[in-house]
Design a protein around this ligand. Structure first.
Ligand SMILES: Nc1ncnc2c1ncn2[C@@H]1O[C@H](COP(=O)(O)OP(=O)(O)OP(=O)(O)O)[C@@H](O)[C@H]1O
Ligand SMILES: [Mg+2]
Length: 389
């Protein structure tokens, strides 16, 4: 962290001083005492540098100890911008902004578990060092973010003068797509008025829920789902550090189920490691409550070739035995159909029915009725394919 210069110290706020464990505390000093200590400063220069290095080391050890009991997603959360996997274009661009001292307001958007919050926290750490929490205002969906909060809390934070030579503070608005329209409108003005000493980092999953006026005030970065190879690299690192006994098919299943969401991959890995000695394919599917591919295959084969009644009882007993939901079976069947040879017409017919059954289930349709409707659709699709041949 760079030390504050007298120019940018807020006269109302006391100076920060180290408290010996790496974090800064505030301690008001009278002006004459400050002058005396400044006179001694050069003589103490070397000792001070050593002291700062010791403090930094102590802070790192403390942080490492604190990470021990944390869930793996937190324990392995990227510390620096370089640790953020994938999104290299984004992190290098942000790094360039910092180096040039011209950080714009940022809008990071994309699906869950792709590194948006991690990137912003790494950015804050890069700007302010380990005690970065003091220099940011972080608000997420669990905080009250109605119009009053935007007006008051953000405004108060934005208005206090800057203590640091970087010249600005960060306001992080996580899950901003959950903010009310009124609050977003109020934010427009706040962003403009306080650009001099505050930068806003707006994070969300759905960028279309952010008003265009706010979007145009920010530099946008999209965080796409992480490629499997990148998730695998991180999973391999965690597996090694935590001594997880994982099989190849277990890893494959984990990567497939995480669908580019690193948080999901790490959470499932930790749950499986806690519950099973060996993390294999079955463990991963059991842990997530997802149907095993073999069960899906059995279900689809049966729906296509068995009698209506046989197929119905097979699926019902499978659902009860393994605690599966029809919705998950439909999702699995949808993927499995990709691997089955079917005439165009039957495939379209089936996909249409899978889609509408899924929709009806999501709005509260009865599982029993939807299962029979779906079975009927499979039977008709098979008939259609036979007619075609
Ligand atoms: N690109 C990444 N590089 C390294 N780790 C990552 C990355 N993305 C996610 N992770 C891991 O997943 C966890 C969750 O990531 P993060 O909180 O940054 O996701 P997010 O994009 O903010 O998701 P959400 O939209 O749900 O808030 C992190 O603690 C980290 O361990
Ligand atoms: Mg987040």
């Amino acid at each position: 962290m760079s030390s504050p210069t007298p120019m940018d110290v807020d006269v109302d706020e006391p100076l920060p001083v180290s408290n010996g464990n790496g974090s800064a505390t505030t301690n008001p000093k009278p002006a004459n005492a400050m002058a005396a200590s400044m006179a001694n400063a050069s003589a103490k220069g070397k000792g001070k540098a050593d002291h700062e290095a010791q403090n930094r080391q102590a802070a790192e050890i403390k942080a490492a100890n604190e990470r021990e009991g944390l869930p793996w997603v937190e324990k392995y959360r990227p510390v620096s911008l370089d640790d953020v996997v994938s999104h290299k274009d984004t992190t290098t661009t942000i790094e360039k902004f910092i180096e040039a001292g011209r950080l714009p307001h940022l809008l990071l958007y994309g699906p869950p578990g792709t590194g948006k919050t991690s990137t912003v926290l790494a950015l804050a750490r890069r700007l302010y060092g380990p005690p970065y929490r003091k220099h940011i205002l972080e608000l997420n969906a669990s905080d009250d973010r109605g119009i009053d909060v935007v007006r008051e809390q953000i405004k108060n934070f934005a208005m206090t003068k800057v203590l640091f030579s970087k010249g600005f503070k960060l306001v992080i608005l996580d899950e901003a797509d959950m903010m009310t329209q009124a609050a977003q409108s109020a934010l427009r003005r706040v962003i403009e008025t306080h650009t001099k000493n505050v930068r806003f980092c707006i994070l969300c999953n759905y960028v279309n829920k952010i008003t265009p006026a706010i979007q145009s005030r920010c530099t946008r970065f999209r965080f796409s789902p992480l490629p499997e190879s990148e998730v695998q690299r991180k999973v391999d690192e965690v597996v090694e550090k935590e001594g997880v006994n994982i099989t190849d098919d277990g890893k494959e299943a984990l990567l497939k189920l995480s669908r580019g969401d690193m948080r999901r991959a790490l959470n499932v890995l930790q749950a499986c490691h806690a519950a099973y000695e060996v993390v294999d394919e079955t463990a991963v599917y059991n842990c997530t409550g997802n149907p095993h591919p073999k069960d899906i295959e059995r279900v689809v084969q049966s729906m296509m070739s068995d009698e209506f009644g046989t197929s119905y009882s097979l699926i019902t007993s499978l659902k009860i035995d393994k605690g599966l939901a029809l919705q998950d079976l439909i999702a699995g069947a949808y993927e499995f159909l990709d691997t089955v040879e079917l005439p165009k017409q039957s495939r379209i017919y089936l996909l249409d029915h899978l889609g509408s059954t899924e929709h009806r289930l999501s709005v509260g349709g009865s599982e029993k009725m939807q299962l029979t409707a779906l079975l009927g659709a499979f039977k008709l699709a098979v008939e259609l394919s036979q007619k075609k041949v």
